[in-house]
Design a protein around this ligand. Structure first.
Ligand code: HEC
Ligand code: HEC
Ligand code: HEC
Length: 182
């Protein structure tokens, strides 16, 4: 029983430790000098209300330990790239190598959001709680439509916190985003 408690506590501590903005953004240069730079100029980091949405809140399942564990296992494979692809490279080289892999990485994230129908976005944003009347008419029309089919937010909101890239399989023209607000 003690071993069980020990393992469970160790696991919980590891999840808590790795589920922080600091860990995700600042442990590896390949995150810090690329996606983090962009994110830190987006509205999910800086806004009127001062609400900070950390990396894990979009990239790790909320309130589902089994799914979280799955995500952590996948993430530990990502460490492989950290040691094989990026190890020892200088700042510029890291950015270059990251950019070369970026479309493939983005596609993987888009596929994940498609599979869950943007579950992580919807943990915070609910169509049913949007005050549509306060949205500009063009935005209201888009959301009124999207709500009917509980559409994946990413169908329109790609490149919200990171550099905008165009997926060839785009269904809608992408919505403008707040990246580069300041
Ligand atoms: C932890 C909660 C949380 C999560 C998860 C989250 N958001 Fe947000 N989002 C916010 C908050 C809070 C704001 C308001 C910031 C402001 O005041 O402008 C916001 C703002 C926005 C905006 C308007 C500002 C902008 O950047 O254009 C869009 C669009 C948006 N979110 C879409 C998404 C999408 C798509 C996802 C999933 C990929 C997502 N959000 C995930 C909390 C969240
Ligand atoms: C059919 C396309 C479409 C879908 C699907 C969609 N949106 Fe939007 N949304 C837009 C457009 C277009 C805008 C306006 C962007 C701009 O120009 O600022 C917008 C703006 C927003 C804004 C800013 C509101 C404002 O008043 O400016 C938020 C927040 C937002 N969307 C959240 C979401 C979330 C969360 C989802 C998924 C639950 C979602 N949207 C799904 C098209 C869409
Ligand atoms: C509001 C939700 C949200 C937040 C917060 C967020 N991301 Fe992302 N991330 C996404 C989405 C959605 C994509 C898919 C590509 C796109 O549309 O920008 C993505 C893509 C990525 C990619 C793949 C490369 C790329 O540019 O597409 C990496 C790596 C990444 N995110 C890391 C991070 C890190 C590290 C943080 C925190 C510093 C972070 N993300 C914060 C939603 C988010």
């Amino acid at each position: 029983m003690l071993i069980g408690i020990g393992l469970a506590t160790g696991y919980a501590t590891l999840v808590d430790y790795t589920n922080t903005l600091g860990f995700c953004a600042h442990t590896c240069h390949e995150m810090e000098s690329t996606v983090y730079q962009e994110y830190s100029h987006s509205k999910h980091f800086k806004n009127e209300q001062g609400v900070v949405v950390g990396c894990p809140q979009c990239h790790v399942p909320h309130d589902a330990w089994a799914l979280t564990m799955g995500r952590k296992v996948v993430a530990s494979f990502e460490l492989w790239a950290h040691f094989t692809v990026f190890a020892g490279a200088g700042q510029d080289e890291i950015k270059e190598r990251f950019e070369a892999r970026r479309m493939a990485l983005a596609k993987r994230v888009w596929a994940g959001f498609k599979e869950t129908n943007a579950r992580e976005c919807k943990a915070c944003h609910k169509y049913s709680n949007m005050v549509l009347a306060d949205q500009r008419p063009s935005v209201r029309a888009q959301h009124t439509d999207a709500m009917k089919t509980d559409e994946n937010c990413l169908d329109c909101h790609k490149g919200l916190t990171h550099k905008t890239m165009t997926d060839p399989a785009e269904q809608h023209a992408p919505a403008a985003n707040s990246f580069d607000i300041q």
